[in-house]
Write a protein of this length. Sequence first.
Length: 172
Amino acid sequence: MKKSPQVIIGLLTLMIALTVISCLPKDFGKNELLETIKNSNINNAVAERIKEHGLKDFFPPTIVMVVGNLIPIFGVIGFFLVLYIFISLYHKKVMAMIDKGTYEPKPINIRWDHICLLIGLVFVFLGPGISLTVSAFFGVRFWSITTGSIPFLVGIAFLIFYGFLKKQKSVK
C-alpha cells in the first residue's frame, strides 16, 4: 500500500507538535518575564531583559533544545526528499520518452560560473543570518557575532571565483 505524501507530511507535523508540547514545563504560565511585562511598561521591561539575557528567556530551554535539534534533522531529510522527488520525476519523464521513442541522450552542460554564483550568494546571506540567530538566542557577544563569519567568507570566496571565471570566459 502506497502512502500519499500528504499523509506522511501530516504525520511528521503531528510528531513535531507532540514533541514540542511534551517539552512544555508544567508551570509554563508562571513565567517571571511574563509577570514583569504585565506589571510594568512593556517596552522597557522587554528591552532590559533582552539586553541582559537575549531571547532565550522567552522560550523554555527544553523547547529550544528540541527545536534546535529538529531543524538540521528536517533540513537534511527535506534535502534528500526533494532530491528523491526530482530524480524520480526525471526518471519517469525519461522512461515515458523511451516508450514513445523520442528520447535522445544529451550531454550534460554544467555552467560552473552559475553554480559558483549561486553557492556564493547563498553563503554570503547564510553567514549573517547565522550570526543574527545566535546573537538573538545567546545575547550579543563576540563569539555569537563571529559565528557566521566562516560561511560568509566562503561565500565571498565563491563570488571572487565567479568573477575570475567570468573574466576568463570574456578573454576567450
